[in-house]
Write a protein that binds this ligand. Structure first.
Ligand code: CP3
Length: 343
């Protein structure tokens, strides 16, 4: 496949680029009026995720309307626990909700074994195929999954939480069951990501949204060990590990064989660069709240970030997903600033 714009892939691989690529986590979603219009005609979020033609349509919307340098497939990290036998609902205003949770060996045994990933997640692969075809080489397509620790958090907690204390408690009280669950999530995730590549994904990202609630040692044992197994199954694939909040673990993350590390806005770009050298691409890391500021401030802060780069191995993004009430015009100011910046 020949790309019209492959800046994202070149930056990930550490090849020469003419300018820095830019995309936003959660770019496919509620910030776009086109997304909201489509979403309003449907029964809910899951109908959109599970209808490949529509998921493809919203994956491409930010490429059409925001002119980003990469598309990300419209889906959710929670499709994996569902495929393992733990269905979720997405409640309006409230977020994810699981009827059953995994808090014991007995409950772990109730999960489905030896699942057929190709069948259970066929809607994601179908959406990737359509998206890839319709993008027609305009920009690369990113596939993704949740990292095992974050998926465990939702399977144990059954819903969102500020502290995920049930999940942290689980690590202390039932470490053997926790490792068994993490192992099973890891196996399914490797198969799932392989199939995403076969269906058309050009790059992969693992979202470890709750990495930052563990201390460094626990995150190594229950988080990074499994991420490492996943990454090692994908040599030569542009692969981003985004461990949100895991500031203390950055030396451990940089020891993983991924091409790219995602940084949140608590992390210091310059220090991380000094630590990892030129062996990794860094993605991030503007505060999502910057997009509430005036155009002048958005431009100034974006330029500050760009000027802080000491090499070409960068992909510009926010430090977490874009908030749904952000004005897309503000996103365009950020994107324009990146695109006009000369390396
Ligand atoms: O544009 C993209 O980034 C692709 C789509 C995408 C979604 N979720 C769509 C979505 C991606 C990459 C995700 C990942 C995801 N999902 C994460 C990791 C990234 C992060 O934000 O930390 C997590 C933790 C989830 C789980 C999840 N999904 C929650 C907690 C919620 C509710 C909160 C919210 O933002 O509404 C969701 C719902 C969700 N996932 C929406 C979208 C567009 C909103 C639902 C809607 O439109 O009604």
């Amino acid at each position: 496949m020949k790309f019209k714009n492959d800046l994202f892939l070149r930056a990930a691989r550490g090849e020469a680029i003419e300018r820095y690529p830019v995309w936003l986590m959660r770019q496919a979603g509620r910030i776009l009026p086109e997304y909201r219009a489509l979403r309003a005609t449907l029964s809910g979020f899951k109908e959109l995720v599970e209808t490949p033609a529509l998921a493809a349509e919203v994956s491409i919307q930010p490429v059409d309307h925001l002119d980003v340098d990469a598309a990300i497939i419209f889906s959710d990290i929670l499709v994996v626990p569902e495929a393992m036998g733990l269905p979720y609902q997405m409640l309006e205003q409230k977020g994810p909700w699981f009827e059953n949770t995994i808090r014991s060996k007995e409950q772990l045994e109730l999960l489905d074994k030896n699942i057929d990933v190709a069948d259970r997640l066929s809607y994601v692969f179908e959406a990737l195929k359509i998206t890839k075809r319709e993008l027609n080489g305009r920009v690369p397509l990113i596939g993704f999954a949740g990292a095992p620790w974050t998926i465990l958090c939702y399977m144990v907690e059954g819903k969102g939480s500020k502290t995920f204390s049930e999940s942290r408690k689980f690590l202390y009280t039932q470490p053997v069951v926790a490792h068994e669950l993490l192992k099973r999530i890891t196996e399914v995730t490797i198969t799932y990501l392989k199939m995403q590549l076969e269906a058309g994904a050009d790059a992969l990202q693992l979202f470890d949204s709750w990495a930052g609630i563990l201390g460094r040692e626990q995150y190594q044992i229950f988080g990074l060990n499994y991420i490492k197994m996943i990454v090692e199954a994908f040599p030569n694939v542009p692969f981003t590990v985004f461990s949100k909040g895991a500031v203390a673990s950055l030396p451990d993350i940089s020891a993983i064989n991924c091409t790219t590390i995602g940084l949140d806005w608590n992390m210091d770009m310059g220090s991380v660069r000094d630590m990892v050298g030129e062996s990794k691409t860094l993605q991030g890391n503007l505060d999502p709240c910057l997009l509430y500021a005036s155009d002048e401030i958005i431009e100034k802060e974006t330029l500050n970030l760009l000027k802080s780069f000491k090499s070409q191995r960068h992909i510009v993004n926010l430090g977490h997903g874009v908030y749904p009430d952000i004005d897309p015009e503000k996103v365009k100011v950020l994107i324009k600033t990146v695109k006009n910046y000369e390396i």
